[in-house]
Design a protein around this ligand. Structure first.
Ligand code: MIC
Ligand code: SF4
Length: 645
């Protein structure tokens, strides 16, 4: 049968299950990546599993998020990661080497391989023809220890690209258009597979931008074919040996299809506070702008930076705008430094940041009160920039650079700058910030260094016979992990310190929540649709676990967060009838009598009694056998121990 590319790669890695949407499959994982803000916890969990050396072909530990060292905490975490990586067979990309997704595509991505990363933008690797999936830290720890990852088989959507982008319109505008059409829930349970003549007109870094922001659709991942553009990119990275041509078979079958005509696209912008709140730049109007940020794992490639530099060259940043630029990797920064483009940016008035996530995750450069901040990153969630009153507008590098000069949101097609940037014949290659692991057999010579900021993490308890508790918080649709466990320059240093983080859990929704949860000794959360969208941070489950949250009842869940809840033994229930959401009030006491027996018996319908209103309603809890085992055991770590015995 004619196969799509997703199924080709998945079936070559299939360890168990069938490629039928909705069924559980296990796949072999070739590569893993972690970054520091999820990595400290992932390595603590990996250590708890007692495995000596990773079982993957290559595992990398990047340090790119918490690089603002305002106290000892981050530097201590870096030391822990570097030493724990060395001991267990993992390569460590030190701070300054670049953002994990950018570096992974440049130096390590291999077409046709699988990659699991403890970061939701791991699908960036789809730009180079990988099946690259974001997951919680514990899933990545298990993949490092076993070489396997369990997941629900997704549907495959063909995204047919036709035509060619006009000058001033960018890859970012393609994914913004798809987000406009499908919304932040539109990709849940799906892989977006790019096909059609338009694909060949895009370079690998442009494809990576699209695959990166497929995460904002809620998609499991996105994947592009591996073709001559892929070969040229790999050759220029001196990695032609990693090239394999890959594409869907002619006439391949897809579950859904969507067409985007590149020739018709215009510059787009996502308005605050959701990446699917998309309009054309023309529709958004000439908004006055306070800050522009060009960078992040979405748009910080050499090609992106060169286009921004071309627009800025010989011009002056508008006096009312603060322009900050963060090239995505040391390779990019070093090349810009040598070819003069960096000087063009500096001369125009840009502030240059180190190659890291930086402003994207609120690590510095928080804008002023009420600011309009135009950025090239992928998320504009409420308060994520560190300034809750600011609005973040997401655009391409071209739109961002044009806007920085004009001081108002500007369509880059109005510029006469030549924006043709060819990929270099050869990128500048220097991997000396990537530290190799100890040789096999030498693991014992490495001492793992743990600073005082590293605290034990909570582990779930076996599920009780009955569960009950008060609804501590009732939330709306699209609550993000940035709401559940905010991350900014003040909180990111505490990613290995759950007790400290617990004082801030869900505080963007309700500042009184942490104290109330502690006083009540835990309880239940109620939410609308797409609960837990965004980041892969397991802290959004670990911290509620620490606070005693036993169940979340929502209209629907985002994929990674639902997995993280199950991995930590928290029940992710959905309303069988969404109308019941309206009848549950904050403060109601809910009880789930006989929940353990119901799950053990494989029941998917759970009866919930609202003791306060006297009503009962039904919630759904569809689980695979393995997930059932995890919930009964109180999470994946307990379950793995039980099944190992
Ligand atoms: C993000 O973009 O939200 C992050 C920060 O990269 C997260 C990971 C984290 O919370 O540490 C992600 O995307 O998974
Ligand atoms: Fe870093 Fe932002 Fe990319 Fe997350 S989205 S990996 S914070 S650059």
């Amino acid at each position: 049968m004619a196969m799509n590319l997703t199924h080709k790669i998945l079936s070559a890695h299939l360890l168990s299950g069938k490629l039928i949407p909705g069924e559980e499959i296990a796949i072999r994982i070739d590569q893993t990546l972690t970054q520091d803000s999820t990595g400290t916890m992932a390595y603590l969990q990996f250590e708890a599993m007692g495995v000596d050396r990773v079982k993957t072909k290559k595992s990398l530990a990047y340090i790119d998020h918490n690089t603002l060292q305002t106290g000892f905490e981050n530097a201590d975490d870096h030391k822990y990661i570097q030493t724990v990586a060395k001991k267990h067979g993992i390569w460590c990309s030190k701070p300054g080497n670049g953002i994990c997704h950018q570096v992974q595509v440049e130096r390590y991505g291999v077409p046709g391989w699988t990659l699991l990363g403890s970061d939701s933008h791991t699908p960036t690797g789809g730009g180079i023809g990988m099946i690259a999936i974001g997951a919680g830290g514990l899933d990545v720890a298990v993949a490092m220890g076993s070489g396997a990852y369990h997941m629900i088989c997704p549907k495959v959507v063909a995204v047919r690209l036709t035509g060619r982008l006009q000058k001033g319109v960018a890859a970012k505008d393609i994914i913004l258009e798809i987000l406009r059409r499908l919304s932040v829930k539109g990709g849940v349970g799906k892989v977006m597979e790019y096909v059609g003549d338009g694909v060949a007109t895009l370079t690998v870094p442009e494809r990576a931008t699209i695959a990166n922001m497929g995460a904002e659709l809620g998609a499991t991942t996105s994947v592009f074919p591996s073709d001559e553009a892929t070969r040229a990119f790999l050759k220029a990275q001196r990695r032609e040996a990693d090239f394999t041509p890959l594409a869907a078979d002619p006439g391949a079958i897809y579950d859904e299809e969507l067409t985007v005509n590149l020739s018709e696209l215009v510059p787009m912008v996502a308005l605050p506070h959701m990446p699917d709140n998309v309009k054309t730049v023309a529709e958004a109007g000439p908004l006055k702008v306070d800050q522009v940020f060009i960078g992040s794992c979405t748009n910080s490639s050499y090609q992106d930076m060169m286009r921004a530099a071309a627009i800025l060259k010989g011009k002056r940043v508008h006096p009312d705008v603060s322009l900050v630029i963060g090239p995505g990797s040391r390779q990019v920064l070093s090349m810009l430094a040598r070819n003069g483009a960096l000087a063009d940016m500096i001369d125009a008035g840009a502030r240059i940041l180190e190659t890291a996530c930086g402003p994207c995750i609120g690590m510095g450069q928080s804008p002023c009160t009420g600011a309009v901040s135009v950025r090239t990153n992928n998320r504009n969630f409420y308060a994520r920039s560190g300034t809750a009153s600011a609005g973040i507008f997401l655009v391409s590098c071209e739109t961002a650079a044009a806007t920085a000069l004009a001081g108002v949101l500007t369509d880059p097609r109005t510029l006469d700058t030549d924006l043709t940037v060819k990929l270099p014949e050869e990128f500048l290659i220097n991997d000396n910030l990537v530290i190799p692991p100890a040789e096999p057999g030498q693991e014992d010579t490495v001492e793992v260094v743990r600073g005082p900021n590293i605290k034990p993490f909570p582990i779930g308890k076996a599920l009780a016979e009955d569960v009950s508790g008060a609804v501590l918080l009732k939330m709306e649709d699209n609550i993000t992990t940035d709401h559940i466990m905010p991350s900014n320059a003040k909180l990111l240093p505490y990613r290995s310190n759950i007790p400290h983080l617990s004082d801030y859990c869900l505080s963007p929704v309700d500042e009184t929540f942490p104290a109330r949860a502690k006083a009540a000794g835990g309880g239940i959360l109620v939410a609308g649709a797409n609960y837990g969208q965004g980041s892969s941070r397991e802290h959004a489950a670990l911290v509620p676990l620490y606070l005693g949250i036993r169940a979340v009842i929502a209209k629907s869940f985002a994929r990674i967060h639902r997995d993280n809840l199950i991995n930590n033994g928290i029940l992710p229930l959905t309303f069988a009838d969404e109308a019941d959401y309206d009848s549950v009030a904050q403060g109601d006491i809910l009880s789930l009598p006989g929940i353990r027996a119901a799950i053990a018996a494989g029941s998917e319908e759970i009866t919930i009694a609202d003791e306060t209103s006297g009503r009962t309603f039904t919630a759904r809890l569809p689980l695979t056998e393995r997930q059932r085992g995890m919930l009964l055991a109180g999470g994946l770590l307990n379950y793995s121990r039980e099944t190992a015995n």
